[in-house]
Unconditional design. Structure first.
Length: 149
């Protein structure tokens, strides 16, 4: 399955909303961002089970910046869709939503936004909403993906 992850408030914290993986001072100086605790383990396990992992964000971070952060934590993903590309593709398809994972062939999109959940109903795509406060978020995702299979 092609699984995409949102960044802000899903994998990357806005403030202190969840615990994060270890990051060195030098990495911080180099612009590596914080990453939600458990992200590494979760993505590795999903990839081991044969899933393909993507990033789908409405932030304007460059793909290089996103890849730099992921690489620091040893994470490799397939596609990265940032807001620049998202806007371009959604406009070309005349879709008036903030996100539409089907446009990029993502089967399941994981996000923190209730707005995305509403769009999922309207545009008929699969999404899983994870709260920043969910301490068992890794388990929540794994359970849900098992049920989908
Ligand atoms: Mg978000």
């Amino acid at each position: 399955m092609n699984i995409s992850f949102d960044l802000d408030s899903t994998l990357i914290p806005c403030g202190n909303e969840f615990e994060t993986e270890y990051r060195s001072v030098i990495a911080k100086l180099l612009g590596v961002e914080e990453l939600r605790k458990g992200t590494k383990e979760l993505i590795f396990q999903l990839q081991k089970r044969g899933h393909t992992i993507h990033i789908y964000t409405t932030s304007f971070r460059t793909k290089n910046k996103i890849r730099k952060t992921l690489k620091y934590y040893g994470i490799k993903v397939n596609t990265i869709i940032n807001q620049k590309e998202n806007q371009y593709v959604l406009r070309s398809k005349n879709i008036d939503a903030s996100k539409y994972p089907k446009a990029f062939n993502f089967d399941l999109h994981i996000d923190d936004s209730k707005g995305v959940a509403i769009e999922a109903k309207k545009y008929n795509f699969e999404t899983l909403i994870i709260k920043p406060s969910d301490k068992n978020w890794v388990e929540t995702i794994k359970k849900n993906i098992k049920n989908l299979n």
